[in-house]
Ligand binder design. Sequence first.
Ligand code: SF4
Length: 164
Amino acid sequence: MLIRIAGLVPESFVDGDGIRFAIFMQGCRRNCEGCHNPETHDLNGGRLIDTSEIISAIKKNPLLDGITLTGGEPLLQIDAAEEIARAAKNFGLTVWCYTGYTFENLPPEAEPLLENVDVLIDGEFIESQRDLELQFRGSSNQRIIDVKKTLKQKKIVLLTEIGG
Ligand code: SF4
């Protein structure tokens, strides 16, 4: 399946825990003030690539701890995101995903993706809540959510341990 991306970082150390294959998905309608990646907004920008190319690049790197779906808004291409996330889980990798949606307001179509996501960083970037001290998120309204525990306990559970 085709996916529109802004770019790929095959070994990222800043988009989550450990060494991660980061997929910067193209397209976002939110226009958060102060967004760090405005070049990812254009829904027709970036470039198209087959998800199979990304999946085989992920498979080839034994050093990876996981993958990170970021952007842009990964949920605008939910099927492609889910396909990559599912493959990564099958390779034994962890999956982190960024989204401008809050967990409580995720669209119902996000459910199959969520089943293959370990950590969700949710919410828009809010410039007035920007904090450079925060790890893996830009503003303090955003949460680093342990998806498995959240789904199980039916309440938001934040990731407490990073690096475990
Ligand atoms: S949701 Fe993310 S990519 Fe989209 S405008 Fe906001 S900060 Fe930028």
